[in-house]
Design a protein around this ligand. Structure first.
Ligand code: PLP
Length: 388
């Protein structure tokens, strides 16, 4: 009944766990939610007020496909300053969330039969879109012993004459890993040498606990072959507003804007106005959110490491931990189900992010310290029961 290409399209299974958790709650069970990939904080009030003001002032019409000119300028100035590169409004396309940048950029760059290298475990939409386009999805395994970065020599071994694009994500979902600066140098050299584009997913750039975020776009020869994906969803707790953007060479930006004309026409006008306030207004809500995330990270990592059978790295960014649960003697998926159905903790099997996620779980700490403490007690009980 459906077109053949639909068989190649994947999805995000995270939403299935959420649906099951809600079903259990409807039956009266108490569930701790550590599966959700969005900040639990409210959007800062100054941003909300800017949107309300914009609506009242009639900011409710179609706008240019690539985004409002003044917003593109604000984004270009922000990215130039924040990343230390020189980009202009012609390099920016505003989209409803950061996610459309993945599909638009790959549609614009990747031919059927091309190879695309992507992190595994990683955000499931990368692999889904690569397959959908009839390209070959080449997984790049992330290594726990490297704090969930990858081995650049291993990356080099995966490159062929058909490699068109490399996707990187730092700080990373689902592991919280960050790519070391020296690795960015080596990856950039390889991509310049082999003429490979890079989609650099930097949506968690502001949720970083040590050091400064670095973009691969700063490396020699990279600006003309890098697409930076960023947006407001995570930094400003604006997931439901749908606001993101890509920064890329101008000719590619024009192609991406053309795709946007065909798909969504444009991003909501008043949402862009609110997004401008987010980038130009006070940033203290972001600082406070990241400080709280850090406290929760430490609580969760220390708590998990105290449970026999579980070991957990201390991630440098994002709001996820990715503990190794092989010591519990069950598959990740079995543990995910047991935890949810019998112990009241919603978390995701590492395999929700690709085959290389086997042996791990992903816990999001976008929930209160109290909820995290409760979840830790329940996980400890599960570990105890599995041992006896
Ligand atoms: N990239 C990564 C790695 C993510 O984890 C997410 C959201 O979970 C996105 C992109 C998409 O963000 P948005 O909600 O802005 O589309």
């Amino acid at each position: 009944m459906l077109a053949e290409r639909m068989q190649r399209l994947g999805t995000e299974t995270a939403f299935e766990v959420l649906a099951r958790a809600r079903e259990l709650e409807a039956q009266g069970q108490d569930i701790v939610h550590l599966e959700i990939g969005e900040p639990d904080f409210d959007t800062p009030a100054n941003i909300v007020e800017a949107a309300i003001r914009a609506l009242r002032e009639g900011d409710t019409h179609y706008g240019p496909a690539a985004g409002k000119p003044e917003f593109r300028r604000v984004i270009a100035e922000f990215i130039s300053r924040d990343r230390g590169i020189a980009v202009g409004p012609e390099n920016v396309v505003v989209t409803p969330g950061g996610k459309p940048i993945m599909t638009f950029v790959m549609t614009a760059l990747v031919n059927a039969g091309d190879e695309v290298i992507y992190p595994n475990p990683g955000f499931p939409i990368y692999e889904s879109v690569i397959n959908f386009l009839g390209a070959r999805a080449v997984p790049l395994p992330l290594r726990e012993e490297r704090d969930f970065s990858f081995d650049v020599d291993e990356l080099r071994s995966l490159v062929t004459d058909r490699t068109r694009l490399l996707i990187i994500n730092s700080p990373q979902n689902p592991t919280g890993g960050v790519i070391p600066a020296a690795d960015l140098d080596a990856i950039a050299e390889l991509c310049v040498e082999r003429d490979i584009w890079v989609l650099s997913d930097e949506i968690y750039s502001k949720i970083l606990y040590d050091g400064r975020h670095e973009s691969i776009a700063t490396r020699p020869g990279m600006l003309e072959r890098t697409i930076i994906l960023d947006g407001h969803s995570k930094t400003y707790a604006m997931t439901g507003w749908r606001l993101g953007y890509g920064v890329m060479p101008a000719t590619l930006a024009a192609a991406v804007a053309k795709l946007q004309t065909n798909v969504t026409s444009c991003t909501a006008s008043f949402v862009q106005t609110a997004g401008m306030e987010a980038l130009t207004g006070p940033q203290d809500a972001v600082t406070a959110m990241v400080a709280e995330f850090r406290r929760r990270r430490d609580l969760l990592v220390d708590g998990l490491n105290a449970i026999p059978g579980i070991s957990c790295r201390r991630p440098q960014g994002a709001f996820y931990v990715f503990p190794n649960v092989t010591g519990l003697g069950r598959s990740s998926r079995e543990i995910e189900q047991l935890l949810l159905n019998e112990y009241g903790v919603a978390a995701l099997s590492g395999t929700a992010f690709g085959a290389h996620g086997e042996g791990y779980l992903r816990f999001s700490y976008a929930n209160s310290q109290e909820a995290i403490r409760k979840a830790l007690e329940r996980v400890a009980r599960l570990a105890d029961d599995l041992r006896s």
